[in-house]
Write a protein that binds this ligand. Structure first.
Ligand SMILES: NC(=O)c1ccc[n+]([C@@H]2O[C@H](COP(=O)([O-])OP(=O)(O)OC[C@H]3O[C@@H](n4cnc5c(N)ncnc54)[C@H](OP(=O)(O)O)[C@@H]3O)[C@@H](O)[C@H]2O)c1
Length: 367
């Protein structure tokens, strides 16, 4: 099978595409033919081996698992011994967590791991990115920050994978949502439901005198100490981007004062917990209360290009590797069935983004 392969830490060009043996499902595992795999900011950090202390988990000198990727959607091709909960031919989606190896034509995953049947009305592409941004933001906002109806939420990095999900989940949880993004993304995040927008190039949200109950720093560009003044009494700063500064803030805010700094690593949560969160995200995708915009779709051979785009720091929503090079047809089918009447937004019409890589389905589903 063909797979992305990251033999050493380094720049985007260190990623290759290699022909490797197809994995064989062990007892209790599924073999999945991958149709779509997410490419995320987390993948690029793992590729770089940064921050350095991450290497204790990922491999000291080189990545322990050379095939990157965690989020996937595909079809069950074979069953390991003893698997009775699912049939071959079932479309599934999920997350390999610390097993990685999702950016390949085939992967194996425990049948009781983070894997669920894919709803018919959710495309393989959208299902593949459901874990990265949406499950992470759901966990951070609900489990860590305990966001309540009527509270004020600020999402820093609102146009990224976690950000687009955080804006919509924040609204669904009943919060008033302020989105922080560059000016060119203001229409985009407003269309996702943001009540207010702030251009981080024009104004520092932390120093304007406004207060929020929860600050979700999806991209980790603001330190707790710098934005603490913008937290209301009892406010929570939450981020999925770990740093030594955040660790120390977590320690002292757990003991002193009413404002808290919080972090959690979604991939380290137990599989049943993640499956439950993923099931809820799938429900939101089906009932239309959550959209996971896919900015670009790449062939596996263009994986380094996808990494370079993320390294640029302005990815909009999600990126996907089309493993079967046929997602266009599938997206077209879903688009025709459910959302064919939607219109392109202004950016799409202006051709500002990579339309050459965009499918008719994505166009119809509107970024
Ligand atoms: N703890 C966990 O479980 C977990 C799970 C997944 C990911 N993560 C981590 O979460 C982080 C974010 O992931 P992601 O996938 O959401 O990132 P992403 O999609 O790559 O974020 C890109 C976005 O960042 C925005 N941005 C860039 N500079 C900014 C600034 N100075 N202020 C505000 N926004 C800015 C850009 O918006 P503009 O173009 O408008 O600037 C762009 O839309 C990564 O570090 C990843 O490793 C953690």
């Amino acid at each position: 099978m063909r797979a992305a392969y990251s033999p050493r830490y380094g720049a985007a060009d260190t990623i290759e595409v290699r022909e490797l043996p197809r994995p064989v499902p062990a007892a209790g595992e599924l073999l999945v033919r991958v149709h779509a795999a997410a490419v995320s900011a987390a993948d690029t950090m793992i590729r770089r081996g940064t921050p350095l202390y991450g290497r204790f988990f990922l491999g000291l000198l080189r990545p322990r698992q050379a095939i990157p990727g965690t989020g996937f959607a595909g079809v069950v091709e074979a069953l390991g011994e003893g698997v009775t909960s699912i049939r071959t031919g079932t479309a599934v989606f999920g997350e390999t967590t610390l097993g990685f190896a999702a950016q390949a034509e085939y992967l194996t995953i425990p049948a009781d791991g983070v894997v669920l049947p894919k709803p018919d009305d959710v495309s393989f592409a959208e299902a593949a990115v459901a874990c990265d941004g949406a499950v992470t933001s759901l966990c951070l906002l609900e489990d860590n920050a305990g966001l309540c109806p009527g509270e004020r939420l600020l999402v820093n990095g609102a146009a990224g994978a976690q950000g687009v999900a955080a804006v919509q989940i924040g609204k669904r949880l009943g919060a008033h949502v302020t989105a922080v993004a560059s000016e060119g993304n203001h229409d985009f995040v407003t269309a996702l439901g943001a009540d207010a927008v702030i251009d981080y190039n024009a104004r520092d949200f932390a120093t304007g005198g406004e207060r929020w109950d929860v600050i979700h720093d999806t991209v980790g560009t603001r330190r707790f100490g710098d934005v603490r003044v913008a937290l209301a009494e009892g406010g929570r700063y939450v981020s999925g981007v770990l740093s030594l500064g955040l660790l120390s803030s977590m320690l002292w805010t757990g003991r002193v004062g009413s404002r808290r700094a919080l972090f959690s690593a979604t991939g380290l949560k137990p599989a049943p917990e993640l499956r439950e969160r993923l099931e809820r995200v799938a429900g939101m995708l089906v009932d239309g209360s959550l959209r996971l915009p896919i900015e670009r779709q790449y062939r596996l051979t263009d994986i380094a290009r996808a990494h370079r785009h993320i390294d640029g720091g302005h990815k909009r929503g999600n990126l996907v590797i089309d493993m079967i090079e046929a997602l266009d047809r599938e997206n077209q089918k879903i688009a025709t069935r459910s959302v064919a009447s939607e219109h392109l937004d202004a950016h799409e019409r202006a051709g500002e983004h990579d339309m050459a890589n965009k499918t008719p389905g994505q166009v119809a589903r509107r970024l």
